[in-house]
Write a protein that binds this ligand. Structure first.
Ligand code: NAD
Length: 477
């Protein structure tokens, strides 16, 4: 006998668990299958994000930032601490407690919403049937009137730098070093490389980033790229651009990493090496007898409503097109649950914020200046710095820039780019303005509390019209 549900979600990461909760809220009999388990073999819902991604990395970023502040900032406040020390094991314990608490919270939410949770893997067979294999060795058949695939992604590995789980690791391994490596190599200067590179640099590692592209952070606006590169270099990160790794070999004491740049062959020796060159969709073991269409890169093919080629089977999150971001997956989870319930679920893919949790933080939404130029869109730019902002000065964080790009004729905000303190929180105002198709004048006419960091966003909007109040206006009118 098979168990029947209105909705079966395969995968309990941010996309999947949110989809299950919304489906249950909408009155549908819902199940969620997830195989993640903690060291004790118990379920650990929340996927990569909660278990080995966003959350644990933010925990370590916070701990390492506290240590860095102690050294570089507290004296300016007149605070001195003698004999300060840190304990990596305690940092990991704090991180692990946060993860445990949050994963347990998702399980509670499932219970509270009457979602049937199945701890194991699901294989998609023909006719909306799922073969469930429990981590305890059990198995059964589930049937869903609607099925949502939310199986996430996993790190890309490169044959020139094979992981050994000790000296050469992926992001997961880099969250678990039991002591600070003296030297750390990072292959890939993307989001993970910069965040985890920052954690260990702050704690004392000499960090070398080896990035294949010629441009640093090539996905960001070029002004932000330049400012970020300058800042990270000043912090002591050695960033090698246009560098192609040709081999990495782990020895007893270190790893020899060979790479080529336009200047020829080069090499470094590092105690640990992190490989973070992107992620790929995870469909391992997913497809049984169902003829689910995947594209050439392994993503599940979906239409604008996240429908796959199979009737009543949807896919969301990292396993489908679009940026691999937890919040994009969560929104798709809500969207699909609502579509299944006959409502008008939607996601605005033009207003997905991106955030890099380094110091300073980097965040943006919408188009870069390069993109508006390439698309021949007439535009104006306004920028303001945190240098003149009272709150930033009081926070000892008066560094960075806000840049707003607006349509030259309609003044609609097309993109906002921030490098600076709390950029991750500041970007949200711009996401809302863009969601409402607002203009830079709308931001300029909105009162911003004083003294706050958000005043820099306000100043940048005034600068679009060349009338900043804390910078010199270009012209008098
Ligand atoms: P990424 O795509 O952000 O960066 C990978 C980098 O590696 C790129 O700059 C690329 O040019 C470089 N690269 C690729 N192959 C290379 C090679 N052989 N040698 C040297 N460099 C090479 O990927 P990531 O940092 O691994 O992160 C994976 C995913 O997880 C991303 O989609 C990211 O958005 C997401 N993520 C997001 C956050 C966040 O939102 N703050 C944090 C962590 C991860």
């Amino acid at each position: 006998m098979s168990q029947q549900f209105d909705v079966v979600v395969i995968g309990g990461g941010p996309a999947g668990y949110i989809c299950a909760i919304r489906a249950a809220q909408l009155g549908m009999k819902t199940a969620c299958i997830d195989a993640w388990q903690n060291a004790a073999g118990k379920p650990s819902l929340g996927g990569t994000c909660v278990n080995v991604g966003c959350i644990p990395s933010k925990a370590l970023l916070e701990s390492s930032e506290a240590w860095e502040k102690l050294h570089h900032e507290y004296q300016k406040h007149g605070i001195s601490v003698e004999g300060a020390n840190f304990d990596v094991a305690q940092m990991h314990k704090r991180k692990d407690d946060i993860v445990k608490n949050l994963t347990g919270g998702v399980l509670q939410l499932f219970k509270g919403n009457d979602i049937a949770f199945f701890h194991g893997t699901g294989k998609l067979n023909a006719n909306n049937s799922i073969e469930f294999s429990g981590v305890d060795g059990s198995s059964e058949t589930l049937e869903g009137k609607h099925i949502v695939v939310a199986t996430g992604s996993k790190p890309v590995d490169i044959p020139v730098a094979p992981l050994d789980g000790n000296r050469i690791v992926d992001n997961e391994g880099a969250l678990q070093f039991d002591e600070v490596p003296k030297t750390l190599g990072v292959i890939g200067g993307g989001v993970i490389g910069l965040e985890l590179g920052s954690v260990w640099r702050r704690l004392g590692a000499e960090v070398t980033v080896i990035e294949a592209m010629d441009d640093f952070l090539f996905i960001a606006d070029s002004q932000i790229q330049r400012e970020a590169q300058r800042t990270f270099k000043k912090q002591g990160m050695d960033i090698k651009l246009g560098a192609r790794v040709t081999g990495a070999k782990a020895g007893k004491k270190d790893v020899a990493v060979n790479f080529e740049t336009k200047d020829g062959a080069d090499h470094i020796r590092v105690e640990k090496l992190i490989v973070c060159v992107g992620r790929r969709p995870n469909t391992d073991g997913l497809v049984g007898t169902a003829e689910l269409e995947l594209d050439e890169r392994g993503f599940v093919v979906v239409d604008g409503e996240n429908r796959t080629n199979l009737p009543s089977v949807y896919a969301i999150g990292d396993v489908v097109r679009g940026p691999m971001l937890a919040h994009k997956g969560m929104e798709e989870g809500v969207k699909v649950a609502e579509i299944i319930a006959g409502k008008a679920g939607h996601v605005n893919y033009d207003t997905i914020p991106s955030v890099i949790y380094t110091w300073p933080e980097i965040a943006w939404v919408g188009k870069t200046e390069q993109q508006v130029k390439d698309e021949a869109i007439p535009y104006r730019v306004g920028a303001a710095t945190f240098m003149a902002n009272g709150r930033a000065k009081a926070m000892e964080a008066a560094q960075g820039t806000v840049k707003i790009i607006a349509h030259e004729e309609t003044d609609e905000v097309l993109g906002v780019h921030i490098i600076g303190p709390n950029a991750s929180e500041l970007i949200q105002e711009s996401v809302s303005v863009m969601e409402f198709q607002g203009s830079s004048e709308d931001i300029a006419r909105t009162m911003h509390a004083h003294p706050t960091l958000s005043e820099v966003v306000h100043e940048a909007s005034l600068a679009v019209d060349e009338r900043p109040l804390h910078g010199l206006a270009k012209k008098r009118r």
